[in-house]
Write a new protein. Structure first.
Ligand code: PHE
Length: 449
């Protein structure tokens, strides 16, 4: 059975795939404005600290369980359980994770479709097709449906090629392109008038704001979403890692790449906003906070690009291209969750599974688009605010309490014979057992309030 499964062919391939999953819309449109509005560099430090102390251990729980089982979350949680009751709870957790991953994809594909449409609109502008560009940037059902569908077809196309020639190949291609595009954009924007103002807001620490409890909890929630935790994505990617790979090291690399890209994105988005302000674009909401999320991406930034003439069109093209790539390397990791389960546990052929499940998710996206006002926000908070932390809690419980510790150590030793003496083994076991579940519960109770 194990030999028929896909496997990443190299450490680079795995790190690109898992970092590709982690780096997504969350990093580029969520993190920078959150940091700017909440104490700048102080928030950055809190975020860095939390990412390594909470998100990294939770990521490791998924990677270790996945690699040990070489199977999807449903089978893996069953495997590490000592008795039938825990096995059933584990399998149910895996199944819920699979549904949540699919629901995350259903709203993600809609947003990613907007990114693609805006990117194409810049192309249309470039060749003088103003009418087409207008259509592409106007929020309307036909456009939304077409681009959601297009994005899903890209996701399906990659996943249907499997682990090595689909996920690994495309992540290894797209992630370096993403990084280069991001750095080029940063370098360009930093040369513009007003950029330094934005840098100041981003980098001057204001500890009085960054240390408020509600903020720390918000930072934790976004670290969780940012590392794709709780829905079995990292578990399934972990299941494709070779046995001789040193897990704490590769998990650390993934965390590092994810955080670095969020931090670099801050050097793009904040200066860009203040250049926009300098060019006469409004960047604050009525309450005085920085405009963020969809209004930032689809109103403020385009208005800013417009003030820059031809250069603006090219920057806009690059920016939305960057966002589309970031979204695609994340969406493939979401679709792989239900697909891997269907292939492994129900013996369905990969191509068939990918098209049927991908088609089903596109159908859910369609229902969301048809009832946008009621469903869009609802699905986002149901999945990311409530389900992800709770499922992450369960993964930590299985790694910390249910699975036998000597078996975990055995798994780690496959990639590093001295694992038992290392720092990771001194800290991680009690961390994932006590600290992570408690903090996740704190996030959860906060998000209920
Ligand atoms: N980590 C992705 C982002 O930051 C989102 C994601 C969540 C991906 C859950 C996979 C699973 O955008």
């Amino acid at each position: 059975m194990a030999s028929a499964r896909g496997q990443f062919s190299s450490r680079f391939g795995f790190v690109m795939a898992a970092a590709g999953s982690a780096v997504g819309l969350g990093n580029i449109w969520g993190f920078p404005t959150q940091a700017a509005g909440n104490g700048g560099a102080a928030f950055l430090l809190v975020y860095l600290f939390l990412a390594f102390t909470l998100a990294y251990p939770a990521l490791m729980a998924e990677l270790i369980i996945g690699r040990h089982a070489h199977a999807n979350a449903v089978s893996a949680l069953r495997l590490v359980s000592p008795n039938r009751a825990l096995a059933n709870i584990g399998a149910t957790t895996g199944l819920i994770g699979l549904v949540v991953a699919s629901l995350i994809l259903s709203f993600y594909a809609i947003v990613a479709g907007w990114m693609m449409a805006h990117g194409l609109a810049s192309l249309a502008d470039l060749v003088g097709l103003a009418g087409v560009a207008d259509w592409l940037t106007t929020h309307a059902l036909p456009r939304n449906l077409i681009f959601m569908g297009l994005f899903m077809v890209c996701t399906i196309g990659i996943i249907s090629e499997g682990v090595k020639s689909g996920i690994e190949r495309w992540s290894a291609r797209l992630m370096p392109v993403l990084l280069i595009t991001l750095v080029l954009l940063v370098l360009y924007v930093l040369t513009l008038e007003g950029a330094m103002e934005g840098l100041k807001v981003y980098l001057l620490p204001d500890f009085s704001r960054a240390l408020s409890p509600s903020l720390i909890i918000a930072a934790l929630g976004s670290a969780f979403f940012s590392l794709s935790l709780g829905v079995g994505t990292m578990l399934i990617y972990g299941s494709y890692i070779a046995d001789d790979e040193n897990l704490p090291v590769v998990g650390g690399l993934v965390t590092l790449v994810d955080i670095s890209i969020a931090v670099i994105a801050g050097f793009l988005v904040l200066p860009a906003m203040y250049v926009a302000l300098h060019n006469g674009v409004e960047i604050f909401t009525q309450s005085g906070a920085l405009i963020s999320e969809d209004t930032l991406i689809f109103t403020v930034l385009p208005a800013f690009f417009e003030t820059m003439g031809l250069a603006g069109i090219i920057v806009s093209l690059l920016f939305f291209f960057l966002m589309s790539i970031a979204a695609l390397t994340s969406s493939i990791s979401m679709l792989e969750v239900p697909v891997a389960y269907t292939i492994e546990n129900h013996g369905v052929d990969r191509k068939l599974a990918v098209w049927v499940i991908g088609g089903g998710i596109a159908l859910i996206s369609t229902v969301i688009l048809l009832n946008f006002e009621t469903l869009f926000g609802f699905v986002i908070s149901l999945t990311t605010r409530y389900s992800q932390p709770l499922l992450g809690f369960m993964f930590c419980i299985y790694a910390g309490w249910v699975w036998r510790r000597d078996e975990i150590l055995q798994e780690l030793k496959k990639g590093n014979p001295d694992a038992g003496d290392g720092l990771f083994w001194k800290i991680w076991p009690w961390y994932v057992k006590l600290v992570c579940p408690l903090i996740i519960l704190a996030i959860f109770s906060q998000s209920l309030g």
